[in-house]
Ligand binder design. Structure first.
Ligand code: GDP
Length: 383
C-alpha cells in the first residue's frame, strides 16, 4: 500500500506493483497502479504521470505491440488476443484463448522445423556421389512420404477452417415469412431484447435488423427481414431485395408462418406461430410456437442450440479461424506437395524453402509489415 501524491494534493492510497523487465507482459520495466476506480482518482494519477518528463499516453494496442516486438508474443498470439477482446460467447472465448496461448504458433513452428530438417537432407542429397545413388533414392522416397503426410494434415486443418471461422464470426439465421406473421416478435423473444419493432401494421420492418444471440455458447446473428411482399414503395423494395440476398447466404432460414396448413419448405426450419390462436402442432422436425404467450419458445431455442452444436461442434478445438493463417497453411501444403514430387533435389530444396517461409508467416517472422497495423488497430488504448 502506498500513499500517492500529485504535485499539490493526495491522489489515492493503493497498491503499486513494480515489475522489472523479464517479469512483465511486455518484457520491459513496468509499474502498475491498482487505483480505486473513481474518475477523479484516475485523472489525478494520469495528470501527475504526464507531468513527468518523457511520459505520454499509450497508443491503441501499444502494450501488445511491445510484447510482440520484444518476442513475448508471436503474431498469431496477438491475433488471438484481439479475438479475445471481442469474444462474446464461450466458444469464441475458448478459440481465442487457444490462439492467444500459442497453440497454432507452436504447431506452425514444429512444422517449420521439420521442413528445415528435410531441407537440410535435400541439400545433403545434392552432394551424393554416383555410387551412392541408391542410398539417395531411398532417402528421397522416405522424404517424399513425410512431405505428403504433412500436406495431408494441413489439408485436413484447412478443410475444418470454415467451421473455425464460423465459430469466430457467428452463424447467420435469417427470419423470413409474409408480413404480420410474428417475425419481429420471435426475434425479440429469442434475443430477449426489444430490438425489432413490433406493430400490427403490415410492412413496418423496412430494412433487415441484425440481432446477436448466444446459442449455448455459439454466437449467431438473427436477421429479421423486411416483410417479403411485392410493393411499389422503393424504400421497402430495397429492404426486401437485401433480405432476399441475405436469406440466400444464411446458414439457416427460419421461415415463419401463422398458417398451420402451410406447405413444408424445402430447406428451412418452419416455425408456425400464433399457436394460441390455432392450437395445432408442427410436423416432425419443425416447431409450433406462440411468440405472444411464450408457448413452444424453449423448444425453438433448443432446436437452434442443437443445430448450432451439430454444425460447429463447439467443444472440438478449431484452429484456422483467420484467413491469414488459412492462406499460409494452404501455401505451405502446395509447396510441400511440390517438394514431394520434385524430380530434382535442387527443386525439392527450393519448394521446401518456400514452405518454411509460409509456416514462418504464422508467427510473424516474415512478411508482416502489411498486417501489423491492421491487427493492432483492432486493440483499444491501454491493451
Ligand atoms: P412481422 O410483421 O412478421 O414481424 O410480425 P410482428 O412481430 O410485427 O407481429 C404482427 C402482429 O402479430 C402483432 O400485432 C403481434 O402482437 C401479433 N403476434 C405475434 N405473435 C403472435 C402470437 O403468437 N399470437 C398472437 N395471437 N399474435 C401474435
Amino acid at each position: 500500500m502506498r500513499d500517492l501524491h500529485g504535485p499539490d494534493s493526495a491522489i489515492d492510497r493503493t497498491l503499486v506493483a513494480w515489475m522489472p523487465g523479464r517479469a512483465s507482459a511486455t518484457g520491459e520495466d513496468t509499474a502498475e497502479f491498482h487505483l480505486h476506480g473513481g474518475a477523479a482518482v484516475i485523472a489525478g494519477l494520469v495528470d501527475a504521470v504526464l507531468a513527468c518528463a518523457g511520459t505520454r499516453l499509450a497508443t491503441p494496442g501499444e502494450f501488445t505491440r511491445r510484447a510482440f516486438d520484444n518476442g513475448r508474443l508471436d503474431m498469431s498470439q496477438v491475433e488471438g488476443l484481439a479475438d479475445l477482446l471481442s469474444a462474446e460467447t464461450a466458444s469464441q472465448r475458448q478459440q481465442a484463448l487457444a490462439l492467444a496461448g500459442g497453440t497454432l504458433g507452436r504447431l506452425a513452428e514444429a512444422w517449420r522445423e521439420r521442413c528445415l530438417q528435410l531441407l537440410a537432407e535435400a541439400e545433403a542429397g545434392l552432394d551424393f556421389a554416383e555410387d551412392e545413388a541408391d542410398v539417395a533414392t531411398r532417402l528421397d522416397l522416405a522424404a517424399a512420404d513425410a512431405l505428403t503426410t504433412m500436406a495431408d494434415e494441413l489439408d485436413q486443418m484447412i478443410a475444418d477452417s470454415a467451421r473455425a471461422a464460423r465459430i469466430r464470426d457467428g452463424l447467420t439465421i435469417v427470419v423470413t415469412g409474409p408480413p404480420n406473421v410474428g417475425k419481429s416478435s420471435i426475434v425479440n423473444a429469442l434475443s430477449m431484447r426489444d430490438v425489432a419493432i413490433v406493430t400490427p401494421v403490415p410492412g413496418t420492418t423496412r430494412d433487415s435488423i441484425e440481432v446477436p444471440i448466444d446459442l449455448g455458447g455459439v454466437a449467431a446473428v438473427l436477421i429479421d427481414t423486411a416483410g417479403l411482399r411485392d410493393t411499389a414503395d422503393p424504400v421497402e423494395a430495397e429492404g426486401i431485395a437485401r433480405a432476399r440476398a441475405k436469406a440466400a447466404a444464411a446458414d439457416l432460414v427460419m421461415h415463419v408462418t401463422d398458417n398451420p396448413d402451410a406447405p413444408l419448405p424445402a430447406s428451412a426450419l418452419l416455425v408456425i406461430n400464433k399457436l394460441d390462436l390455432h392450437g395445432r402442432s408442427a410436423p416432425a422436425g419443425h416447431v409450433a410456437i406462440s411468440a405472444l404467450s411464450g408457448a413452444g419458445m424453449p423448444a425453438l431455442r433448443q432446436w437452434l442450440v442443437d443445430w448450432a452444436a451439430v454444425l460447429l461442434r463447439p467443444g472440438e478445438p478449431a484452429l484456422l479461424a483467420h484467413a491469414r493463417h488459412r492462406e499460409a497453411f494452404a501455401e505451405a501444403a502446395a509447396r510441400l506437395r511440390e517438394a514431394a514430387s520434385a524430380p530434382l533435389p535442387e527443386l525439392r530444396a527450393e519448394a521446401l524453402r518456400l514452405a518454411t517461409s509460409a509456416f514462418a508467416r504464422i508467427a510473424g517472422r516474415v512478411d508482416i509489415d502489411d498486417v501489423l497495423d491492421q491487427i493492432f488497430s483492432r486493440f483499444c488504448i491501454g491493451k
